[in-house]
Design a protein around this ligand. Structure first.
Ligand SMILES: [Zn+2]
Length: 245
């Protein structure tokens, strides 16, 4: 007889589920300590009591046991927060986009504490009615920062001066001053510069306080998508959903 040993209860947020066999799923969680995968048996059956705890970006406590071959399986789950899209196109985009960023931009992290806390705050803010597109832009900035590829919004990246910032160079990775601007495509409005600076510098407790103009949030999401695609070879597929806006 197989001996099943209860090993741990993890507080985490679901970032991936993949169907496995007829009724099972492989689930991936992000926690303060890292990413964990486990097998959830029978959770595709309509009678499953654990199914709703495995929906994308659900936060819960997941009690896992170690099977005879060492893999982790779900014993039971307690839901702490669910994310509903409510047919709202901004929220549908946000849930897809945040999930993709989490799967794509946490592969090389060694410390998950900040990303987990920023994610938790982001999802709480969205559930409390904060603008989903602004939440996405803020989270995008934070996860770039955790990966060491934040834009430098503290000074001109060409002369290191702090005055007369008028633009942004994605190629050089940061703000540009009046004297160093090289093309009109680098120019940004004062409002755009303010949004970019806030996104990278706002502390976690300020993340739900200021929402951005929709047009600005959308154009920066697209630009930052291009920045990571052309700068770092990471294509974010869910940004395609923005063409529906
Ligand atoms: Zn300069």
């Amino acid at each position: 007889m197989a001996i099943r040993k209860e090993v741990k209860t993890l507080e985490g947020i679901v970032i991936r589920t993949v169907d496995f066999k007829d009724n099972d799923q492989i689930v991936e969680l992000i926690t303060r300590k890292g990413r964990f995968s486990f097998l959830a048996r029978g959770t595709k059956k309509v009678t499953s009591k654990n199914a709703s705890s495995l929906l994308m970006l659900t936060k819960g406590k997941y009690t896992l046991f170690e099977g005879i071959q060492g893999g982790l399986s779900l014993k039971e789950a307690t839901i702490e927060r669910t994310m509903s899209a409510n047919d709202d196109i901004d929220r549908i985009f946000a849930l897809n986009f945040l999930g993709e960023l989490l799967r794509t931009f946490t592969n090389e992290l060694t410390n998950f504490q900040n990303v987990y806390e920023v994610l938790d705050e982001t999802l709480k803010n969205i559930n409390e009615g904060f603008d989903p597109l602004s939440a996405c832009l803020l989270f995008f900035a934070k996860i770039l920062k955790e990966n060491g590829i934040a834009l430098d919004v503290s000074k001109c990246v060409r002369c290191q001066g702090k005055r007369n910032i008028v633009g942004l160079s994605y190629a050089d990775g940061g703000f540009i001053c009046k004297n160093d601007i090289q093309s009109e495509s680098e120019r940004k409005s004062a409002y755009e510069l303010k949004v970019i600076r806030f996104a990278f510098l706002a502390p976690i407790e300020k993340m739900g306080t200021i929402s951005f103009a929709k047009k600005t949030a959308l154009s920066l999401l697209r630009e930052w998508g291009d920045f990571v695609e052309y700068g770092f070879g990471v294509k974010i597929a869910s940004l395609k959903l923005l063409s529906a806006f």
